[in-house]
Structures are given as structure tokens and as C-alpha cells.
Design a protein around this ligand. Structure first.
Ligand code: ADP
Ligand code: MG
Length: 740
């Protein structure tokens, strides 16, 4: 039974790092950067000056695209693509499936005379039509036509994707239904960018900035991932089908020695990383950081932050590239939030900030009292928004996979709180208590008059346990899962912060109009708003049990799992803020909630099926065979030595029998629950009157399949530690995470 495992080990032992022979090593990174992107340089070269300037305006400010431009731009793009040997193009979009989607069309066409031509029109560039019926829509589409449309997002550049020597021109697009509702992750993000820009500008104008034309929200997403050798992977049906191990006893050595984090990167891994970087650099993704992460076989890649829409597209490309390139190196890249129990899972820290059109970071405390005051306003808006909408922000991190991670002493709990660091906290306390004496240096804090002390930005003042930490000039949202799109996290932050900025601006504008001095109005407002939002500020250890009690006392919500997080997604308050700013309509929120709940239920149902399959066909047979071995052994020994021998052997056999019986019992219960849920689904499909809602189904799944699957796993993992290693087919944790 364990032949496959053993063969894999010996083959991996002989695997050499893939030697890389590409331009990256010969040409400088700056030469390579963006060489597969239709970027500003390329546009300027290929477009008439006036067209170039108009397109730039659209791209930078998100102003509406002038349709008369499209044909000219499309032609230039085609020529550029063809010069790279491209034959096909695709609208590249991000449906609610979790990955990106593409449908390739050739530039090749037949003209009226039946002659072959190479064609790419403005119409092809701007709009695509596709059958959307197989994409999740949460019921938006079912009552109408199945048609879906894709529309060019001119704010994100067109790029060329290379695979097996063939290149495809990818046009980032939004995806929406026949009735105009969005069916993707990009659209709400784009909408939120406009909203936060508009509201931030109002604040900037109050502070006398009349030159900035727009405000960008910026994102730097740190991507964690695991690599396992393909040969092990293929022998783990759970990894292949669900991206995580559903069984596996804790390895004797996990991350306890902390010897993997920041450790020297081994040659085979480094070769993979360089390959990734080479591809991403050419795609214009500014990859910067690479290192070993905390868990064995876990790594991280971080790009330099960018405007959030582009950073989100780039994160999709990062995930695709990681996934695709791993195979080439004999690995499989696991982006699941918790591939292995007992070692850390993977997150995607989203570093978020705002920047004006001149590139000034609005979360930078600044040097002058005036800058400090403006900074405090933006800080306050963010803190208040997290306080008021912590439940909504939690939605952006809610997936079946991430449920294993949040609150598991490796990632923040499911409770949102804001970390400010001791110095900034003192300043806020000082504002709240109207105490104008800052504790630090005895200076007075009068907003707009006194200077803030410089805030430390180094690691010493960092709190790694906080879900939403201010790290000097940005917030780091640490709850997002490694496989998730960064779009929901960012569009939700943008929306709720916009609401705060809107309210702040409205009050300040009115006060100033009444003749109140801006500084004084700001001081009063900050005092009120920080006092109100104070319960969300927490600078202690978010992993501690004491915090759970304290957070409950403060009335902070704790949505422990995806279902409870999504249950309140559609609350009146959440729908109101999303629809008020035009980010998601009520119908879009409701449909999205259904899609996310269905995704959750389907994930757990697939996992439960696999637990049953693997439990019955891989684990149970090994356990039974081991029992036979033990029984045969006991019988032979008793023949030689008499009935009273073999006490220890009998004990092992009894233990094996006990676990096997329990495993069987649990598998039976699990199968019954799976059938019960299948019946519910069938009944509601056939009889709409007895429809089980997406929420009800998710609850059934959560409350039945998860505990029963877990019960099966416990017995199976106990058997793994008991049964003869030669009988165990599934590669073990100690091999999966350490042999690569
Ligand atoms: P750490 O792991 O120590 O938090 P990393 O270097 O891995 O830091 O990642 C930090 C991320 O934050 C990078 O993507 C970086 O570009 C990004 N970042 C830095 N400054 C800003 C900012 N002003 N706004 C958004 N992201 C930022
Ligand atoms: Mg990092």
C-alpha cells in the first residue's frame, strides 16, 4: 500500500532544481519590467498624441471612455500584440468563482470576400458578450436572459499572457448581466474607487488643497502560499479535490523550532521563485519580497503597492502564475488558507492607504501641524468606519477555507479591532479626554496647531496579532485569506471609510461656512468621533482568551464562521451603506450573499464526500489489514507460547479495533447526513414552495457535515499513528511539508 509514497520519496530525493535560462538573468529587471504590457510607453509610441492624452486621462482619473477612441486604440493594441506573435485575445474577467475567466478569440477573421484578415475592432475591445449561465449569479440571471457582458476596464492595462509558447492578449474587463447588475469582483471595486476619491477630495479641499484631481486607494497584498511536491500531491485525493488535507496526524516536527521562517531558501524553491518573478516582472507586477514563511513548506511573495484596481488584477495574476509555474518545477502550489492542520495557514495581508493625485500618502502623519490635522481626520474616518461596520468588513474575509485560520492562534480572531500603536494611541486618548497635555513630551495637542511626535514605523512597535493594524502610514488588514480576491476587502473598506469621510466633510463644511475655524471644528469632531469609536481600538494581544471576553464586553461582534458572517451581510445597515454609495445595490448584495453561501455549502459538501470516500476506501482497508496482521501474529505466537502470551499485541489489536469501529460508525453517520442534505437540495429544486434558502442550507451543512467529518478525521488520524507505516497509502504530513 505505501509503495507510491516510498517511490515518491526516492524520486524527490533525486530531483534537481530546474535550471533557468531566460532573459531575466541576462537583461536588467528595469528592461524587463512591463515588457508584456500595453503600457504608457507603448501607447505613446503607437498612438497619435491627442488620442494618447485622452486615453491617459481615462486611465488615471477613471473618467468615462470616449467611444470614438476605441477603434484607434484597438488597432494600436493589435499591432503591438501581433509584433509579439500573439494570435488570440480575450476579455479577462473575475466572476464570483474565485479565479479569473477567459474565452479566447482569434484575430483571424474572414472578410466579405471570404479572404482571411487579421481584425480587432474598437467594438471587440470595449464590449464582449458571453453566455453567463454557468457563472454564479445568485439568482440575478435566472429570470432573465443568460447573456452576460464584459466591458473594458481602461484603468487596468492590457497584457499578454504566455503559456506553452503561445501568447494571448488579455483585456481586463468588468462582467455584468443583461439587466446591468454586476456579476464579478471588479465592478464593485471600481465603483468604490470613485466614491472614496470623491469623498477624500472634499476633505482635501477643506484643508486647502485645490490642486489634486483625484484620490487613489492603494493596496499592497502580501501573498502566502505552500509548495508540495507533485508526486505526493497526486497521492492525496483530498489535496487534489479540495486544496487541503482532510486527514493527517500532526507531524512530530511542525514549525515549533521556528527554523523555516526567513530561513535560507533552498535551491529548488529559489529556482521556482525566480521563475515566478521573471514572469510577473514582464507582466508589470512589481514583485519585491520573497521569503520562507512560518510553517514548513510555506512561502511569501510581496509586490510593491499599487493603485488598488491594478493591485487586485495583479494579485489574480500572481495567484495564477504561482499555480501554473509550480507544475513546471514539479511542485503544486497550495493557495488554500489551511492546507495542513497543526501548522500555520496562509493569509493575504492587505496593506491599504490613500494617496492624492500628486502621490502624497494621506495616511502619512506628515511633519507640520496642518498635515498632522489632515492625517488625524483620515485616521479617524478609518477607525470609525471599522467600528461601525466591523461586521461588513468581516464579510470580505468569509470563506470556508478562511474559517480554519481566523481565531486559530496564527491569524487574528474573527473579531475586528484596530491597532494604533502606543504613541498614536496616546494621541487619540489625549484628543478624546480633551486633555491637551500629550503624555509623551508634555507638549500640548491642539489639532492643527501642535505637532505630533514622529511615529515609529519599524517592527518594534508592531502588533502581529491585530486584524487591522496601523503600521506607520497605512493600515494592514490581516484577516483576508490567501486564496481570496483582494477586491471585496478593499471595496468594503473604501465604502465604509467613504461614509465616514462624507459625514466628516459634511459637518466640517457646515462649521466652516458658519465661520468656525477649521482647526477648532476638527478638534471637536475628532473628540466626538474617536470617543464613539473607542471600543474598536485594541492594542493588546488579539490571540488571548481574555480579549474574547473583553471584546464581548465592548459589544464588538464575533462572527466565528462564514455562515454567521454572511447572515448579517444583508442587514439593512449594510445594504444601506453599499447602495447609498452605489457600490452594490440591494439586489446585488442579496445575490452576492447567496453566491457566497452556496460556495460555502458546496465546499463543505465536497469535503464531506471526500472524507467518506477516503475514509472508506483508503483508511479503513489499511486499518482492517493491520488488524489481520496483528491477529495472525497473535495466533501464531499463541501456537508457540500458549494462550496467555501476547498481552501487548492484544492491546494494540484492541486499540486498532476500537478506532476502526468508531471510524465506521462516524462514517455511517456522515453518509446519512450527506444524504439528508442531498435530499433537502433535491426537494427544494423540485418544489420551489419547499425551497431551502442558501442560508438555511449553509447552516445545515455547517452544523451537520463539519462535526461529523471532524469525528471521522479524529479516528483516522489516531489510526495513522497506529497502523503499520507500510500499509499507509496517503503521504504523511512529515513527508508532505518537509520533503521537497
Ligand atoms: P511585512 O511582512 O513586514 O508587513 P512586507 O514587506 O512583506 O511587510 O509587505 C508590506 C506591503 O505593504 C508591501 O506590499 C508594500 O509595498 C506595502 N505598502 C507599503 N507602503 C504602503 C502604502 N502606503 N500603502 C499600501 N501599501 C503599502
Ligand atoms: Mg510580509
Amino acid at each position: 500500500r505505501s509503495k507510491g509514497r516510498r517511490k515518491a520519496i526516492s524520486q524527490i530525493a533525486g530531483t534537481q532544481p530546474l535550471s533557468l535560462d531566460f532573459d531575466y538573468l541576462k537583461k536588467s529587471v528595469s528592461e524587463q519590467f512591463g515588457s508584456l504590457v500595453f503600457d504608457e510607453k507603448e501607447m505613446q509610441k503607437r498612438l497619435p498624441q491627442d488620442i494618447f492624452l485622452r486615453l491617459q486621462k481615462t486611465m488615471k482619473e477613471g473618467s468615462p471612455l470616449d467611444l470614438s477612441l476605441a477603434d484607434i486604440v484597438a488597432n494600436a493594441m493589435k499591432e503591438w500584440a501581433v509584433s509579439h506573435g500573439v494570435t488570440h485575445y480575450t476579455h479577462w474577467f473575475q466572476p464570483m468563482t474565485g479565479s479569473s475567466a477567459e474565452k479566447h478569440d482569434s484575430f483571424f477573421d474572414l472578410n466579405k470576400q471570404g479572404k482571411a484578415v487579421i481584425e480587432f475592432s474598437g467594438r471587440n475591445l470595449i464590449k464582449g458578450e458571453s453566455d453567463a449561465s454557468s457563472f454564479p449569479s445568485g439568482g440575478i440571471r435566472s429570470t432573465f436572459e443568460a447573456r452576460g457582458y464584459t466591458a473594458w476596464d481602461a484603468r487596468s492595462p492590457v497584457f499578454l499572457k504566455e503559456s506553452c509558447g503561445s501568447m494571448t492578449m488579455c483585456i481586463p474587463t468588468a462582467f455584468y448581466s443583461y439587466t446591468g447588475e454586476c456579476l464579478d469582483r471588479k465592478t464593485p471595486l471600481l465603483r468604490s474607487l470613485d466614491v472614496i476619491s470623491k469623498q477624500s477630495l472634499r476633505i482635501l479641499r477643506l484643508f486647502g488643497n485645490n490642486t489634486s484631481t483625484h484620490v487613489k486607494s492603494c493596496l499592497g497584498a502580501e501573498q502566502e502560499y505552500f509548495l508540495v511536491d507533485q508526486q505526493f500531491y497526486l497521492q492525496r485525493p483530498d489535496l487534489v479535490n479540495t486544496g487541503r488535507t482532510l486527514f493527517g496526524a500532526k507531524p512530530p516536527k511542525g514549525q515549533e523550532m521556528a527554523d523555516h521562517y526567513y530561513g535560507p531558501i533552498r535551491a529548488r524553491i529559489l529556482s521556482f521563485m525566480r521563475d515566478i518573478e521573471h514572469q510577473l516582472i514582464r507582466l508589470g507586477v512589481p514583485v519585491k519580497t520573497r521569503h520562507n514563511e512560518a510553517a514548513p513548506a510555506q512561502f511569501e511573495l510581496a509586490p510593491i503597492f499599487e493603485e488598488a484596481n491594478i493591485a487586485t488584477d495583479h494579485n489574480m495574476l500572481i495567484m495564477e502564475t504561482l499555480y501554473g509555474t509550480a507544475r513546471k518545477h514539479g511542485f503544486v502550489c497550495l493557495l488554500h488558507e489551511k492546507p495542513f492542520r497543526g501548522v500555520n495557514g496562509s493569509g493575504k495581508h492587505c496593506n491599504w492607504s490613500l494617496s492624492d493625485s500628486e502621490g502624497n500618502n494621506l495616511l502619512e502623519p506628515g511633519k507640520t501641524p496642518h498635515e498632522n490635522a489632515q492625517f488625524l481626520v483620515f485616521l479617524c474616518a478609518a477607525v470609525r468606519a471599522v467600528y461601525k461596520y466591523s461586521g461588513l468588513l468581516r464579510v470580505g474575509t468569509a470563506t470556508a477555507g478562511n474559517d480554519h485560520r481566523l481565531g486559530a492562534h496564527e491569524a487574528p480572531p474573527a473579531i475586528l479591532s484596530v491597532y494604533l500603536g502606543s504613541q498614536l494611541n496616546q494621541i487619540v486618548e489625549c484628543i478624546i479626554s480633551k486633555n491637551e497635555q500629550s503624555n509623551t513630551k508634555g507638549e500640548t495637542i491642539q489639532v492643527g496647531v501642535s505637532s505630533l511626535p514622529p511615529l515609529p514605523r519599524d517592527a518594534t512597535d508592531r502588533n502581529r496579532t491585530s486584524p487591522f493594524a496601523f503600521t506607520g502610514n497605512k493600515f494592514e488588514f490581516r484577516m483576508v485569506g490567501s486564496s481570496q480576491s483582494t477586491s471585496p476587502a478593499v471595496f468594503l473598506i473604501n465604502t465604509v471609510v467613504s461614509e465616514s469621510l462624507d459625514e466628516i466633510a459634511t459637518i466640517l463644511e457646515a462649521e466652516v461656512a458658519k465661520g468656525v475655524k477649521l482647526n477648532e471644528a476638527v478638534q471637536t469632531l475628532l473628540q466626538q468621533m474617536f470617543s464613539e469609536a473607542k471600543p474598536i481600538i485594541f492594542n493588546g494581544d488579539n490571540y488571548s482568551a481574555a480579549w474574547l471576553t473583553e471584546a464581548a464586553k465592548r459589544g464588538l461582534p464575533n462572527y466565528k464562521d462564514t455562515v454567521s458572517a454572511l447572515e448579517q451581510f444583508t442587514s439593512e445597515k449594510n445594504i444601506e451603506v453599499l447602495s447609498k454609495y452605489g457600490v452594490l445595490s440591494k439586489r446585488e448584495v442579496e445575490s452576492r450573499s447567496d453566491v457566497l453561501l452556496a460556495n460555502y455549502s458546496t465546499t463543505i459538501r465536497i469535503e464531506a464526500q471526500l472524507v467518506s470516500n477516503i475514509g472508506r476506501t483508503l483508511i479503513l482497508p489499511a486499518a482492517l489489514e493491520y488488524q489481520k496482521q496483528l491477529a495472525d501474529n497473535i495466533l501464531s505466537l499463541q501456537n508457540c507460547l500458549g494462550k496467555d502470551c501476547c498481552i501487548a499485541q492484544k492491546q494494540i489489536l484492541e486499540k486498532a479495533i476500537a478506532h476502526t469501529n468508531k471510524l465506521l460508525e462516524n462514517l455511517d453517520s456522515l453518509d446519512k447526513a450527506i444524504l439528508m442534505i442531498e435530499d433537502e437540495v433535491k426537494i427544494s429544486r423540485n418544489n420551489p414552495a419547499k425551497n431551502v434558502s442558501a442560508l438555511e442550507l449553509a447552516k445545515l451543512v455547517r452544523d451537520n457535515l463539519i462535526p461529523l467529518s471532524e469525528a471521522c478525521r479524529q479516528e483516522a488520524d489516531a489510526l495513522e499513528l497506529l497502523v503499520d507505516d507500510f500499509l499507509w497509502a496517503l503521504p504523511k504530513y512529515r513527508e508532505l511539508v518537509w520533503i521537497l
